[in-house]
Write a protein that binds this ligand. Structure first.
Ligand code: NAP
Length: 538
């Protein structure tokens, strides 16, 4: 079918979607419903995005599976049963594959092709998209479903070429099982990925050395199997769960937000609340009180509670101190773990502070720090992502007047609503910078963006319009708002990937919209209702 449409090595489409993760798959499904010709180009050989690439041991979701799932199809949510509170990567990938099969998506997905460039043809109002396999597409709309944590940070340690052992990156993990038994393993990084991987690897490895730059807050996930009765109850109650999620600050129905400030209550009551959240498990610990994310003194109370827990769990005092984070607790994304701190009580696990003794270089059989030499069979880089912008700026995206998106974003990303970019007409970004995306439930954020884009394209077609572009003033005002909101919180008080501080040379800008998912959705709806205020439509 595609070959029939191919003329001058160029395939004409209504919409080209980049990426077959949860965003791209739903986008394709909805565009088909509109009767449009749409196609996904995907770099991997399967669907699932994040869950396709991040196959490291222990990888699981940190939003409860019941909520981290599509809501758009009643049949889908009735036929699929989640096994655990937080599902494993393999179960989520199985779900992604089930969705692809159930909605017959694969026939419109080109796998094993990476989009290299996307150029806006001003004379045609269309995007000309070229891929690594030499295919070219001409599409009215280009939709970037490229993910927010999908561009792995460059591994730039000295001496990497000289290292003779095996090495792996958590965000691009091999498909075959890695056997750690009897192996000496080193892992660099202590973010969410490492926090999940470390306890699992420590079970098998002969020895595991963890190289830590910044200690992270982690709350026990309290993961468990879901009972048949629980699943049944959820299935009969899905519509109200989804409604609540849509109207919740982080797009998660189960989060219970405290209605008091930290110092409104007695020491005993405060401790009781923190303990309740700790026992419940998972990443909504900070919602125990209203001001944890805003007031440093309040924040310190929450942080002290977690630090005291770390000191209770970790037997060696020096290790416990090293594992105790010094940053505010509302700055980086909280980790959810299973036996993370407990793992440091094992005799085969060591923790190295690379602030004190930095890694100087990898060597033929391991690495050297300023103090010691280490030999490893396997080194794991759990060093994170060029978040929110990396997947987009790594493609040559050329808009009007030959402007490259990477150049436009040199001083930080600019986008209207995180959906559209001035100078780049007819291009949409699903969960782009400037939208809440990573600050909540990605599935809810994805569905909202896809549905907004669909309504927008419907509006364009109904009015026989060919081009939509964000206005510069609207974009600037929106990004100013994103910054004002972030600066009223404690989110910008440490070197997180939210501000791009983890990538050398990246401009420090708080990228997601922190005003709450529900407020954001209302704003998007209002803009659509007022004839797409802030957009030029022609
Ligand atoms: P990350 O949070 O950015 O953590 C990277 C770790 O590597 C940090 O400890 C960082 O230290 C360290 N690091 C980076 N570059 C380094 C260098 N050159 N030398 C030494 N250490 C270095 O990345 P991540 O753990 O992959 O997680 C990213 C995000 O993905 C999470 O915040 C979360 O949103 C998502 N995620 C979610 C789940 C889940 O659903 N459960 C699981 C994994 C990831 P610094 O902190 O000092 O920079």
């Amino acid at each position: 079918y595609l070959n029939m449409r191919k003329k001058n090595n160029e395939i004409k489409l209504d919409v080209l979607i980049v990426g077959a993760g949860f965003g791209g798959m739903y986008m394709l499904h909805k565009l088909r419903e509109l009767g449009l010709e749409a196609l996904i180009v995907e770099a991997g050989d399967g669907v699932g995005g994040t869950w396709y690439w991040n196959r490291y041991p222990g990888a699981r979701c940190d939003v409860e599976s019941i909520e981290y799932s599509y809501s758009f199809s009643e049949e889908l949510q009735q036929e699929w049963s989640w096994s655990s509170r937080y599902s494993t990567q393999s179960e989520i990938l199985k779900y992604a594959n089930h969705v692809a099969d159930r909605f017959d998506l694969r026939k419109d997905i080109k796998f094993n092709q990476r989009v290299r460039s996307s150029v806006f043809k001003e004379d045609l109002n269309k995007w000309y998209i070229s891929t690594s396999s030499g295919d070219n597409y001409l599409a009215q709309y280009c939709i970037m479903a490229t993910g927010t944590l999908s561009s792995v940070k460059e591994i730039s340690f000295n001496g990497l070429d000289s290292y003779k052992g095996d090495w792996y990156v958590t965000g691009n993990w091999p498909h075959q099982k890695i056997d750690f038994a009897g192996k000496k393993v080193g892992i660099i990084g202590t973010g969410s990925s490492a926090v999940q991987a470390i306890p699992v690897i420590a079970k098998d490895a002969k020895h595991l050395t963890v190289f830590q730059r910044t200690a992270n807050y982690s709350i026990p996930a309290k993961n468990r199997k879901l009972t048949v009765q629980e699943v049944k109850k959820v299935k009969s109650n899905y519509s109200s769960i989804r409604d609540e999620a849509k109207n919740a600050r982080a797009g998660i129905a189960s989060t219970v937000y405290g209605t008091k400030n930290v110092f409104d209550v007695s020491d005993e009551e405060r401790n009781r609340e923190f303990q309740k959240k700790w026992d419940y498990g998972g990443t909504d610990f900070n919602s125990a009180f209203m001001d944890i994310g805003f007031d440093e003194r309040a924040n310190d109370e929450a942080a002290n509670f977690v630090r005291s827990k770390i000191k209770e769990i970790v037997k060696d005092g020096e290790t416990a101190e090293l594992l105790s984070p010094k940053t505010t607790i509302a700055c980086k994304r909280l980790c959810a773990d299973t036996d993370y701190f407990e793992t440091y009580n094992k005799s085969n696990v060591d923790l190295i502070d690379i602030n004190k003794t930095p890694i100087e270089s990898l060597t033929a059989n391991g690495l050297i720090t300023s103090k010691d030499q280490f030999s490893f069979d396997i080194i794991i880089f759990a060093t994170g992502f060029d978040a929110m912008t990396g997947a987009l700026t790594s493609i040559d995206i050329i808009g009007k007047n030959g402007v490259n998106l990477a150049d436009k974003w040199k001083e930080g990303p600019k986008s209207y609503l995180g959906l559209c970019i001035e100078g780049f007409p007819n291009m949409f970004t699903i969960t782009g910078p400037g939208s809440p995306s990573v600050l909540g439930n990605m599935m809810v954020a994805i569905e909202q963006h896809v549905e907004w884009i669909i309504d927008c394209i419907k509006h364009m077609n109904a009015n026989d319009k060919k081009e939509i572009e964000a206005e510069l003033t609207a974009e600037n005002e929106w990004m100013d708002l994103v910054e004002i909101i972030a600066s009223s919180t404690l989110r910008d008080t440490c070197n997180s990937w939210y501000v791009g501080a983890n990538v050398p040379g990246k401009k420090r800008v708080f990228m997601p919209y922190a005003g709450g998912y529900q407020t954001y959705r209302e704003k998007c709806d209002e803009i659509a209702k007022t004839n797409y205020e802030g957009f030029k439509i022609s």
